[in-house]
Design a binder for this molecule. Structure first.
Ligand code: COA
Length: 240
């Protein structure tokens, strides 16, 4: 993909930079010919996966995300996007193949509606999650099941109109940690949230995101605008 095509596919712009941690935001809704160009660097298994999406829009968004992920990683590794090799942990977390000279480059990907984010760190495990903020009918129930006692208490104290954003602020933090660990929220997660530095960010208006990196021993307390949500009280399912 040329730079022009990459830009047409959705401007890639930084949402957060903090030392070694970088978060890039991608737009996903692109012209069909741009999607075809992006699809050119996908591996056979990724193409087969793309074909399995029931909705054409979801298929395009998957291709746009995966294609741009390949381009971003390839630029850092100074190889061709089609030469990026992924391997998958047992529960599906992708990482760079151990066959590649990728050093300790870690990444995590999340998409919601027409936006995606890619978080990168050269040294530490990373997890990212974004959500379009919208009312969720069962949000209070999910919050009761999944949030820590203190997070649930602060969520319940929010006025009704602040609840959707408050819910997703807490939810994305839990998802980001579970993605850094590589397990789904549907499982019992051995979360020790004190091990993670958490940043909340706004990828686009109307969206909320959280990114976590593994703490170093020497890291100071991380109160940079976020609270530790505390351990969830219950292994819980997805929020949608
Ligand atoms: C993994 C999970 C947290 C992703 O969350 P989501 O909000 O649905 O989707 P997001 O857009 O935020 O993230 C999707 C990306 O996360 C990554 N991913 C997939 N599985 C992952 C995992 N187990 N851990 C971390 N990241 C994962 C992929 O890059 C994926 O992108 P892709 O679909 O383009 O390949 C969620 O799907 C989940 O809980 N899955 C359950 C996994 C599980 O329990 N599997 C059981 C099989 S043993």
């Amino acid at each position: 993909m040329t730079l022009a095509a990459e830009q047409r596919c959705g401007v890639v712009r930084p949402a957060l930079e903090n030392g070694d941690l970088e978060v890039l935001v991608l737009g996903l809704d692109a012209e069909p010919e741009v999607i075809s160009t992006v699809a050119g660097c996908l591996a056979e298994d990724e193409r087969r996966r793309a074909e399995r999406f029931a909705s054409e829009r979801d298929r395009r968004r998957f291709i746009a995300t995966r294609g741009q992920l390949r381009h971003i990683l390839a630029a850092r590794l100074e190889i061709a996007p089609s030469d990026v090799e992924f391997e998958y942990a047992p529960q599906g977390k992708p990482h760079l193949s151990r066959r590649m000279a990728a050093g300790d480059l870690h990444f995590s990907v999340s998409r919601s509606e027409d936006a995606a984010v890619i978080a990168l760190s050269n040294t530490r495990e990373v997890g990212v999650d974004i959500e379009a903020v919208r009312p969720i009918p069962e949000a209070d129930h999910i919050a009761a099941l999944c949030f820590s006692a203190s997070e649930y208490g602060s969520y319940c104290a929010l006025p009704t109109e602040a609840r959707p954003a408050g819910f997703f602020q807490r939810w994305t933090r839990l998802e980001a940690i579970s993605k850094a660990i590589g397990c789904g929220l549907a499982q019992h997660i051995p979360l020790n949230e004190q091990d993670w530095t958490v940043h909340t960010f706004i990828p686009n208006p109307g969206y909320i995101g959280a990114v976590v990196v593994q703490k170093r021993l020497e890291d100071p307390h991380d109160g940079r605008g976020t609270e530790h949500p505390g351990a969830p009280r219950w292994p819980c399912g997805k929020g949608r």
